[in-house]
Write a protein that binds this ligand. Structure first.
Ligand SMILES: Cc1cc2nc3c(=O)[nH]c(=O)nc-3n(C[C@H](O)[C@H](O)[C@H](O)COP(=O)(O)O)c2cc1C
Length: 328
């Protein structure tokens, strides 16, 4: 059973452009993460090769299974891509039926499939036919309204999905408005009789929200997205551990910078360093853990303009030292 593979009921959400193999491995190593997923991998005119999927999966943290997330507009090439994902070492296959991006939607992939539960089911069946691994589906509550929510989650389940993640927003809401957890509860009510697990997603802002989502909706798992960028230790905290210390946050920034700079496949060392600087800043933009900018909200903007990673990292160290010597 898929659920039994997770040591905690907490999944790190896939976030394209952010939770790549480097960031994901570091976050999974902090504790509390039950499982994770690659960013979406598009299946278009041919099966996705095994080496592409292996590259997306990267190195995993022992005990934290990682799924390959495939996104297709129709079933052709999905079975072969699922087979290649299996060969590449994926722990399970996740299918994306939630992406709201106009380019994806325009190609009838991602959340566009919510208008066509029959085709959504055919894609799930195709994935199942290509692998012995469990298959899950990640959906939104609907495109413009949640009227077909039950049709979509039941279509996925009846086609053989072992787990359905429901993001409690509509496509038209993108990521802007608060998620509606009542829609997650509707998915739970629809799927419980079939014994299919539900993962709730959307608007987890702090550790207590995860417990509340499970209590209010009955979902089996909780998936955390942007709050895990702001505070990658949120999983450890939800699982009963301590919040991040300022020193841990500064050390994570250093580890992340080094890991990106030395990640294989960047081309030249210069390209690796440029990418590491840009990824470090991307993370600093979200960062909330450790409250490093508590007394200096403008400091973050200054760091984002800084052209030198060494200066940013030293600044974060200094902030961590200052915070450690102050009352909470
Ligand atoms: C920048 C960004 C990229 C995302 N990329 C993906 C993706 O590749 N696959 C996917 O299924 N969802 C993707 N999502 C959606 C998240 O997985 C998640 O469903 C969403 O952020 C809601 O959770 P949250 O409110 O906890 O952030 C992305 C979200 C963001 C903000």
């Amino acid at each position: 059973m898929l659920l039994d593979r997770f040591q905690t009921p907490l999944l790190l959400a896939p976030m394209e452009g952010i939770t790549d193999r480097v960031f994901r491995r570091l976050v999974c190593g902090l504790g509390g993460v039950g499982g994770a997923c690659t960013e979406f991998i598009r299946v278009t005119v041919a099966p996705v090769p095994r080496r592409v999927i292996a590259r997306e999966l990267g190195e995993s943290v022992p005990g934290v299974p990682v799924a390959a997330q495939l996104m297709a507009a129709e079933p052709t090439h999905v079975a072969a891509s699922a087979a290649n994902s299996t060969a590449a070492g994926a722990s399970w296959i996740d299918l994306n039926f939630g992406c709201p991006a106009p380019t994806v939607f325009g190609h009838c992939a991602g959340s566009a499939l919510l208008a066509d539960p029959g085709r959504l089911a055919a894609i799930v069946r195709a994935a199942r036919s290509g692998t012995a691994l469990p298959v899950s589906a990640k959906v939104r509550a609907g495109i413009n309204d949640p009227a077909r929510l039950e049709d979509c989650v039941l279509a996925a389940a009846e086609a053989g999905a072992a787990l359905v993640t429901i993001h409690g927003r509509l496509r038209r809401q993108s990521y802007a408005e608060p998620a509606t957890w009542a829609w997650i509860a509707r998915a739970v009510a629809a799927l419980r009789p079939l014994g299919v697990a539900v993962c709730g997603n959307g608007s987890i802002e702090c550790a207590a929200d995860a417990t509340r989502m499970r209590a209010e909706t009955g979902c089996d798992l909780v998936m955390v997205g942007r709050a895990a960028l702001a505070d990658p230790w949120i999983f450890r905290q939800i699982a009963g551990g301590p919040p991040a210390t300022p020193a841990e946050v500064a050390a994570f920034a250093r580890a992340y910078h080094v890991a990106v700079a030395t990640d294989a496949g960047q081309g030249t060392a210069t390209a690796g360093h440029a990418r590491a600087l840009s990824k470090l800043k991307q993370w600093v933009k979200y960062l909330r853990a450790g409250d490093l900018f508590r007394d200096d909200p403008d400091g973050r903007q200054q760091l984002l303009r800084c052209p030198d990673a060494a200066i940013i990292l030293a600044d974060l160290d200094r902030r961590a030292d200052d915070r450690a010597s102050q009352p909470a």
